[in-house]
Write a protein that binds this ligand. Structure first.
Ligand code: SF4
Length: 69
């Protein structure tokens, strides 16, 4: 039995894809949601509308995670 793969960022994640505040949540049905962990501090949507193209709370993550194409 193959090991469960961690959820990957959707291709339309935009800026969130490279942000250290982005956290992926996978539902029991396999849907992936992007949770912004800076939402409360910066009064941003908890689940941002993708793609995010500009964000005051963006902080780069190194290296950027893989993306599902
Ligand atoms: S801080 Fe901005 S760029 Fe980072 S995860 Fe939240 S909404 Fe996306």
């Amino acid at each position: 039995m193959p090991a469960h793969q961690p959820p990957a960022f959707p291709p339309n994640a935009g800026l969130c894809r490279a942000c250290r505040h982005a956290h992926l949540i996978e539902s029991a049905r396999g849907s992936v949601f992007l949770l912004c962990q800076a939402a409360k501090e910066f009064s941003l949507p908890k689940y941002p509308h993708l793609p995010v193209v500009a964000c005051i709370a963006f902080q780069p993550q190194t290296p950027p995670p893989d993306t599902v194409e």
